[in-house]
Write a protein that binds this ligand. Structure first.
Ligand code: FE2
Length: 120
């Protein structure tokens, strides 16, 4: 999964494969985001997964829920595709997903408005 980020408006666009040309937003080329490894190690950015059967809950229980610092979305990448949940401002960073039979999680992502892309 590839995440393109606009440093002007903060928009994130996801793609299933790399683009041969610049992806544009706000008349500016978007940056390809890499997961923020330093910030991912911080306790507030720990991504917790809880799976029971086909039901998966992803949360960041210690992340602030403030206008100035919050999680904007949580996403999972699996061997069958990609699922995405928006987290509204003021909402706890918790997202529920339903997996298909024999679907395996490859990565779990969260996007913090300050620390950008986090991955577990
Ligand atoms: Fe953060």
């Amino acid at each position: 999964m590839i995440f393109h980020y606009c440093s002007v408006c903060g928009r994130v666009m996801m793609a299933h494969k790399p683009s041969e040309k610049d992806v544009m937003c706000c008349e500016t080329p978007m940056t390809v985001l890499e997961p923020n490894r330093t910030e991912s190690d911080m306790e507030i950015h720990q991504i917790v997964r809880r799976q029971i059967g086909y039901f998966l809950t992803v949360s960041l229980p210690k992340h602030p829920v403030m206008d100035l610092h919050h999680i904007e979305f949580i996403a999972i990448e699996t061997d069958q595709g990609f699922q995405f949940r928006t987290i509204e401002k003021g909402q706890e960073p918790i997202a529920n997903f339903i997996l298909s039979k024999q679907e395996n999680i490859l990565h779990v992502y969260a996007f913090c408005n300050i620390h950008l892309l986090l991955r577990s």
